[in-house]
Design a protein around this ligand. Structure first.
Ligand code: TYD
Ligand code: MG
Length: 454
């Protein structure tokens, strides 16, 4: 049997070396050498030898179109994010910062898929720790198996014996392939282990979930290097101090990347949130100034979210501007528009902006609600919480059309809002008589300001 041969390659210029070196002798870059397998052992790592599968060119029309029977998981949010269930043989990467709830999410899926045999491989926690976590989550499955192992060879051996329907790896950074000398979590190991798991998934038609950590500085080998290798990349995100979590797709070979799932972390595990708008609008008794509700779209999903602004006189020289959950450059632009077109004296004010619920919004349709929240705080006049709005604000103070306005209006109506302010230009070709909610169409920011604050 030919022994596996590995070499180190510079990720910058491609220079090779038999040993790891700190500085590339060819291009002079530091810390760019990564171990890679150049010659594989003959025996493949999966339990079906790849020799059984003949790979010959086939005319595309004679390729059997299998009506892929997706595995539907008892989690509507995950099904939606994956585009309607798990495709057999797919390799799915779930990325997210440590502590966000990736292990909890996967364990919960494993425990609730009672009609499928699931193997949960953990290189991070002991079986006792996993059991403790499982006890917090309600479950009934007798088909969930736990394995604490980090060597891919040992994992494949156990997998062969157990023959699970789904394999979960927690996490890819803890795995090691005996073919590589480098430490677990290094780019070389992460790539090689993923390649082995991918071969395994494809050959055996078993879906594999990989959990991967991302660090903010991206210094360690994160899932970034694997994104092109896997079929789907899901991102689990949220503020660790808040309970809401969003599961997004950044890549999906079997579905759209516009879907997202929302969960709430409770002490009994993750709860699926089917009506996210309710949690994104904070409950309060009276009406306070400085808040406005925007009708936004996250992927395909309409969400009504609360924008909170606090405007106060700057006491220490340069005014402070800070935005949470919203692009601060965009906030500065909107402040300039309000100053120049609306005549509001914001240059001497501290402005703080916050999107309630800890989510991040990139949809420009939120602009109008941001402007209204800022003016509301500046003028100390509250806006009725029965009014919401959707519109992009242009540099001339005009309110521009946003996409899929009908979805936004329908969501606002469903949630019991009495009125929605939209751009006049959004309503072209839309039959507004079918809605019961009052629709106020405006074309200029000044119109909205005099309507709400006069
Ligand atoms: P975990 O799944 O371990 O995160 P990750 O695998 O992404 O690192 O979850 C971490 C947090 O979740 C931890 O701080 C505890 C919290 N948690 C709950 O609040 N409720 C629960 O039922 C569970 C299992 C965890
Ligand atoms: Mg974990």
């Amino acid at each position: 049997m030919a022994k596996t041969k590995t070499l180190y390659f510079c990720q910058n210029c491609g220079a090779e070396s038999p040993k790891w070196v700190g500085k590339c002798p060819a291009c002079g870059e530091w810390n760019t050498f990564v171990e890679e397998v150049v010659q594989k052992e003959k025996a493949p790592s999966g339990y079906i030898s790849s020799k059984n599968i003949s790979n010959k060119p086939i005319a595309i029309q004679s390729v059997e179109a299998i009506k892929e029977a997706r595995i539907i998981v008892p989690d509507a949010e995950l099904n939606r994010v994956l585009g309607g269930g798990i495709v057999p043989g797919s390799l799915i990467l779930i990325g997210g910062e440590p502590g966000i709830g990736k292990s909890t999410l996967m364990l919960q899926i494993a425990l609730n898929l009672s009609h499928k045999r699931v193997l949960y491989v953990s290189g991070e926690e002991s079986t006792q720790q996993i059991k403790m976590r499982a006890d917090r989550i309600e479950y009934s499955s007798e088909n969930c198996f736990i394995l604490t192992e980090t060597s891919t060879t040992d994992i494949f051996r156990e997998v062969k014996e157990l023959a699970p329907d789904i394999l979960i790896i927690d996490s890819i950074q803890t795995l090691t392939s005996p073919k590589m000398e480098s430490a677990a979590g290094s780019v070389g190991q992460v790539k090689e282990c993923t390649a082995e798991l991918m071969r395994f998934a494809k050959e055996n038609k078993i879906p594999v979930f990989l959990i991967g950590h991302i660090t903010k500085d991206g210094a360690i080998a994160g899932p970034k290097v694997l994104e092109h290798m896997v079929d789907a990349v899901l991102q689990f995100e949220g503020d660790r101090h808040l309970s809401y979590r969003i599961l997004r797709t950044t890549k999906n070979r079997f579905g759209s990347t516009n879907e997202l799932g929302i969960y709430e972390m409770l002490n009994t595990g993750l709860r699926q949130v089917s009506n996210p708008s309710e949690i994104l609008i904070s409950q309060k008794d009276g009406e306070v100034s400085g808040t406005a509700i925007g009708a936004t779209l996250e992927g395909n999903r309409p969400l009504l979210i609360e924008i909170q602004a606090l405007v106060s006189t700057a006491n220490y020289g340069t005014p402070q501007r800070s935005a949470t959950g919203f692009d601060s450059k965009r906030m500065n632009m909107l402040l300039a528009v309000l100053e120049k077109r609306g005549g509001f004296r914001l240059g001497v004010q501290d402005v703080f902006l916050n999107i309630a619920g800890g989510i991040r919004v990139e949809d420009p349709a939120i602009d109008l609600a941001v402007c209204v929240a800022i003016i509301s705080s500046l003028e100390e006049i509250s806006v009725s919480s029965k009014i919401c709005m959707a519109g992009e604000v242009g540099l001339g103070g005009e309110i521009r059309a946003v996409n899929r306005i009908d979805n936004r209006i329908a969501e606002a109506e469903k949630l019991g809002f009495e009125e929605i302010i939209v751009s006049k230009f959004s309503l072209k070709g839309i039959d507004i008589s079918k809605y019961n909610i009052k629709i106020k169409a405006c074309s200029q920011l000044a119109e909205v300001v005099s309507y709400l604050f006069a």
